[in-house]
Design a protein around this ligand. Sequence first.
Ligand SMILES: *Cc1c(COP(=O)(O)O)cnc(C)c1O
Length: 223
Amino acid sequence: MASAIQQNLNSIKSKLPEHVTLVAVSKTHPNEAIEEAYATGQRVFGENKVQEMTAKYEQLPKDIEWHLIGHLQTNKVKYMASFVAMIHAVDSLKLLKEINKRASQHDRTIDVLLQMHIAQESTKFGMDREELDALLASEEYQSMQNVRVRGLMGMATFTDNEAQVRSEFQFLAGIFKELKDNWKDNSFDTLSMGMSGDYELAIEEGSRMVRVGSSIFGQRNYG
Ligand SMILES: *Cc1c(COP(=O)(O)O)cnc(C)c1O
């Protein structure tokens, strides 16, 4: 019989269009919860703390794709550079340089998303348009061999005002489309927006990757 986690997961998956990837956000939840999700075929999991993700990586099946979705400090990159599949919240050239350096030490390329600040809350991280353009135009970025910028990520304001959330997603989707249309190749293909409370709205506005935690695993005690 399917567990609550498995039922939640199946019901969300049945609502997702084929072009949308589900990142199951397992932060604060034990390995057993991840194993239940894994048993349904889910392979992409998201964590927001490097230490917790690394511990889970060591204990769980090696075909899991680990996504680091939370704010990241430069000094933590080295702990996950050997295995992380995607880093969602890159918001500075300094951080990107460190990811490139650590990826090259492991002879691999790490996929990253650039985080844009789209919410009204100043507590949320991310770059504005000017910072984004400066990063992409920099010679340092253009000479990096071991990172691949796959797209953008953003978090909407935490509010019941649907019109506001929608307009923030539209804003991000507009920048995404503009960059995608002008990108040198087809690799810029990922727009990560939408969480438990707003993923359906995000998909309507063009999201291609949703990060869903509590609607799958239940409430968290922290995080
Ligand atoms: C925790 C987290 C999520 C998932 O949040 P839920 O509301 O539980 O779905 C998504 N994105 C980021 C960056 C997070 O830290």
